[in-house]
Design a protein around this ligand. Structure first.
Ligand SMILES: Nc1ncnc2c1ncn2[C@@H]1O[C@H](COP(=O)(O)OP(=O)(O)OP(=O)(O)O)[C@@H](O)[C@H]1O
Ligand SMILES: O=C(O)c1ccc[n+]([C@@H]2O[C@H](COP(=O)([O-])O)[C@@H](O)[C@H]2O)c1
Length: 233
């Protein structure tokens, strides 16, 4: 008789972002990894002060509300798809003063969830490419794993710096389930997603062709809030 190995380790996905606004690309990334990595919980972490985004960012509290609204749509989708992952929208970076550094966030989350939990930072290919510009980036893998999704216009191979190459050499696994069984230190790169959406393009579209935006691009609850608050005009 064969035995099935099960891990009692909690699996927590973390999706940090500016979410200005949240879009269906974020939800597809979240859904893909919730299923693939059997996440117990998924935390959306809206950035308080996204220090690399320049000026003109929507206030943090508003981006938090927009992300909460997207969470309502995602919870509905999870119910329909029978994905048991709990969804949370976390104020950890909004409530912390100063620039939002992921290293501070992962240290706090490690304390909150304990040493055993697998913490998995979800990101698109552009974030992995930009990683060497993040504060104390080399320390991040001492606290979390990374699950990286492909994204149109952000070719991972072509844009890979020597630093990212070395990071992958030391930490990459080809086995997604390895992240479920290890608390931190692994990178899994998934090439199956191809969602051509970005907040930048959607902000432009909301300015110039407001009524042409569809719920395939922005979650319906988020879109209603954008209209109600008169954002991105
Ligand atoms: N379409 C997408 N496919 C895969 N990953 C994505 C996609 N959109 C965003 N992400 C990832 O989600 C995280 C948060 O992204 P963010 O909130 O900055 O949205 P964005 O669309 O990249 O915004 P902007 O256009 O303003 O740069 C990042 O790690 C990013 O790589
Ligand atoms: O820690 C840093 O220095 C850092 C620099 C840039 C981005 N990040 C984080 O990366 C996530 C995606 O960022 P962004 O800019 O693509 O929205 C979000 O959680 C940011 O806080 C973190």
């Amino acid at each position: 008789m064969s035995t099935i190995e099960t891990s009692s380790r909690k699996r927590i996905g973390i999706l940090g972002g500016t979410f200005d606004p949240p879009h269906v690309g974020h939800l597809k990334l979240a859904t893909h990894f919730a299923k693939l990595l059997h996440l117990d919980s998924l935390l959306f972490v809206p950035s308080g002060e996204p220090w690399q985004k320049g000026t003109g960012i929507t206030p943090a509290e508003t981006r938090y509300q927009l992300t909460e609204a997207a969470g309502v749509d995602l919870a509905r989708a999870f119910l329909y798809l029978k994905i048991p992952t709990q969804i949370g929208i976390d104020r950890i970076e909004i409530d912390r003063a100063g620039p939002s550094y992921s290293i501070d966030t992962v240290k706090e989350l490690r304390k909150r969830f304990g040493d055993e939990a697998s913490l998995i930072w979800l990101m698109g290919a552009d974030s992995l490419n930009a990683l060497p510009s993040w504060n104390s980036w080399k320390e991040l893998l001492n606290y979390v794993n990374f699950a990286v999704a492909s994204r149109p216009h952000h070719d991972l191979e072509a844009n890979r710096s020597a630093e990212v190459k070395e990071l992958l050499l030391n930490h990459q696994t080809m086995d997604a389930s390895a992240l479920e069984n290890q608390a931190f230190g692994l990178i899994y790169v998934d090439e199956t997603l191809a969602v051509d959406l970005s907040s930048t393009n959607l902000r432009k579209q909301l300015k110039t062709a407001r009524n042409s935006i569809e719920v395939e691009a922005i979650p319906s609850q988020t879109l209603s809030l954008i209209h109600n608050l008169g954002l991105y005009q």
